[in-house]
Design a protein around this ligand. Structure first.
Ligand SMILES: Nc1ncnc2c1ncn2[C@@H]1O[C@H](COP(=O)(O)OP(=O)(O)OP(=O)(O)O)[C@@H](O)[C@H]1O
Ligand SMILES: [Mg+2]
Length: 262
């Protein structure tokens, strides 16, 4: 039976209004007393494509690593897809978070396909996968992802032989292999030239829309933020100093904020 459009519409609205990431009064220090994050609040709706900007040392990577469950935080609360993030995130929570670090975290000596398969490890802990035996279904999925990313002909190439853009796409494929609901990507296109970075972002953007994924990216190019993000946050000295729809952040405004005139 088909549902009336109005019902569908209200369900969709409900889905979109559920926050995927809630950060409340988050404080963090690597050394006692030297606060790196000072009371960060964020509320990212499900399906949002958010960019975090800010000067070097502002705490962007630190925030990403905390959200990815890699750094315990002493003060504040975080909810990811309605689950509280605690000191040791449960494997089920880890699995729905796809984290792409700036250095991509690929294993250079393995092939593209093997790297993508590593994304499915959380589903198959055990000696078989440790020895490189993956179920056929996972192999097919990994190949399909590589094909989708236009990398099928590079599947058996060692990662160190791939170009920067190809590695970026392998990292995306590995993250998608994990089947995440939330993607956290830390300046993962910063090594690429602008057209290539735009191409990779366009791909992630389309995929996120198709699959209803929530994406948070650390990005430093305003042009890319305006083109792809729907919302932007600027972090300075561990505080959120600006937040708006991405298109409202114009060049002059961005410059003023970065120069501390606002
Ligand atoms: N492991 C660490 N131990 C101690 N201090 C650290 C560590 N990692 C980062 N910091 C410090 O924390 C601050 C924030 O670093 P972070 O990497 O989060 O900044 P960022 O906003 O990502 O900068 P960038 O734009 O340069 O990547 C910096 O002053 C940095 O020196
Ligand atoms: Mg950083």
């Amino acid at each position: 039976m088909t549902r009336p459009l109005t019902a569908l519409h209200s369900e969709e609205t409900l889905l979109l209004s559920v926050p995927a990431v809630v950060v409340e009064d988050l404080w963090f220090a690597y050394r006692e007393g030297a606060w790196i994050l000072r009371g960060v609040d964020l509320r990212v709706p499900a399906g949002g494509f958010w960019a975090i900007m800010g000067p070097s040392g502002a705490g962007k990577t630190t925030l990403m690593r905390i959200l990815a469950g890699l750094l315990p935080f002493p003060r504040g609360q975080i909810f990811l897809l309605r689950h509280p993030l605690r000191e040791k995130p449960r494997p089920a929570l880890r699995q729905i978070i796809g984290y792409i670090p700036q250095q991509l975290g690929l294993v250079r000596g393995l092939t593209a396909l093997e790297n993508v398969l590593l994304g499915s490890l959380a589903r198959h802990d055990g000696w078989r996968t440790a020895l490189g035996f993956f179920p056929r279904s996972e192999m097919e999925r990994a190949m399909a992802l590589l094909e989708m990313l236009d990398l099928a002909d590079k599947a058996n190439e060692k990662v160190f032989r791939l170009s920067g853009g190809e590695r970026q796409r392998v990292a995306i494929a590995r993250t998608l292999m994990q089947d995440p609901q939330l993607i956290l990507a830390d300046e993962f296109v910063s090594d690429l030239d602008l057209p290539r970075a735009a191409q990779v972002l366009a791909f992630v953007h389309r995929l996120a829309r198709e699959r209803g994924l929530t994406v948070i990216l650390n990005l430093h190019e305003l042009q890319l933020v305006q083109e792809f993000a729907d919302h932007v946050v600027i972090l300075k000295e561990g505080r959120v100093v600006f937040e708006s729809p991405a298109l409202d952040l114009t060049w002059p405004l961005f410059r003023e904020i970065m120069e501390g005139k606002r």
